[in-house]
Design a protein around this ligand. Sequence first.
Ligand code: KG4
Ligand code: ZN
Length: 336
Amino acid sequence: MNILGIETSCDETGVALYSTEHGLLADALHSQIDLHAVYGGVVPEIASRDHVRMLLPLIQRVLGEAGIEKPDAVAYTAGPGLVGALMVGGGMANGLGLAWACPVIPVHHMEGHLLAPMLEDDPPGFPFLALLVSGGHTMLIAVRALGDYGLLGTTLDDAVGEAFDKTAKLLGLGYPGGPALAALAENGNDKAFEFPRPMLQKPGFDFSFSGLKTAVMLEVRKAEAAGTLCREDIAASFQRAAVDTLITRAIKAARSQGLERIVVAGGVGANKLLRKEIAERFDGSVFYPRMEFCTDNGAMIAVAGALRLTEAAPADEIEVRSRWSIASLSAPREAQ
Ligand code: KG4
Ligand code: ZN
């Protein structure tokens, strides 16, 4: 079975074709970063319009590369995300479903991130602890089986990706700041500043990043006033504090649940320090998607659709949701 995956929840148009027999056949991605960068963040209307512009050409490219005229099902991101942007993918998926007389599968964006490591040669088996870290979410989830997600902790304020982006902005870096901040940090001293490791003294597995953000802001103002600002050192010390917090919490959560595998996924999962250190510090196995499948992409939606193939249904009403808790998902329904 060949599943076409469509991702349009935010600022990347992602399309991929996944075969249940042969794995990933083709994938294509168009990033809108240049369009939004001048505004310092994602402009929803611009995002929707650009998805409209790019989606069909990308689908044609992916089908052409895979040498397939018509897939057996179309999976699309149904939420959470920007509603206008989601509608573009949902509308296209249902339109194609009608034209091709093939079923469609609505996919949860964060479940897509969580299942992205299934695209790799050495995929994790269940159960595992998932550290889901993106621009909008920071979650620790006990994944007992497909669709059986126990939310252990989440952020009480900013998502960790958001903290990277805001700190990057403070340092005069462009949007999205995460990768730029990580690059700057490579030339800095991560011991220059002892920034707080938020929440680590507290019980439970929730996160909070606003205190860290404020501490960095105060330090930057102080250094600017004194004329001693070293942006590299600030970036490196911030990254060290954020990554330390994520890893300490994740390992504690895995141990508390008796889980021997950790999956790191979502945009911040592309952070090299996080990938390296969590593997060094955890005594079990750590899995992550390849770098390009950490940030938003169509392949993760296609593979999640393949794993939920029994839920494929004829094209109908377009289903999208701006907010949608991953903990509300359940095991795939039996085939209809
Ligand atoms: O998963 P994603 O592509 O989109 C959402 O669903 O939010 O994640 C985007 C986030 C942004 O905040 C971006 O700055 C961050 O992931 N990010 C990084 C890195 N690459 C992307 N943060 C830290 N280090 C990176 N290398
Ligand atoms: Zn995402």
